[in-house]
Design a binder for this molecule. Sequence first.
Ligand SMILES: [Zn+2]
Length: 112
Amino acid sequence: MIDLVQKRHPQLDCDVYVVPNSILMEMSEGDKCVSFVNVPDDNGAFQLFISAEVPYYGLIELIAHESSHMVTYGDEADDHGEAWEKEFDTIHDIWEQNQKDKEKAHKEAEEK
Ligand SMILES: [Zn+2]
């Protein structure tokens, strides 16, 4: 998922950290969340923190969600506005197409 996003936005600089839930809770000041984007003061790479307790199938949704924040960061003051939604939908479409392509390639390989 991350590489799909990066292919779409090569300028997007992001480090991903998988951390225990307790650390995430501390960072977000008690907010119950499973992921968290930090924007460093020095305008360095975004830091995406993800709870280690998120199941694999939840990660896809989560990365799509958070990367949409990173891509639209600064464009929009409100969190899940129009620009965010558009980006989120696009990333989703790309992901689905990618899955279909993979399945197709897999089937073709089996038929040979
Ligand atoms: Zn959000």
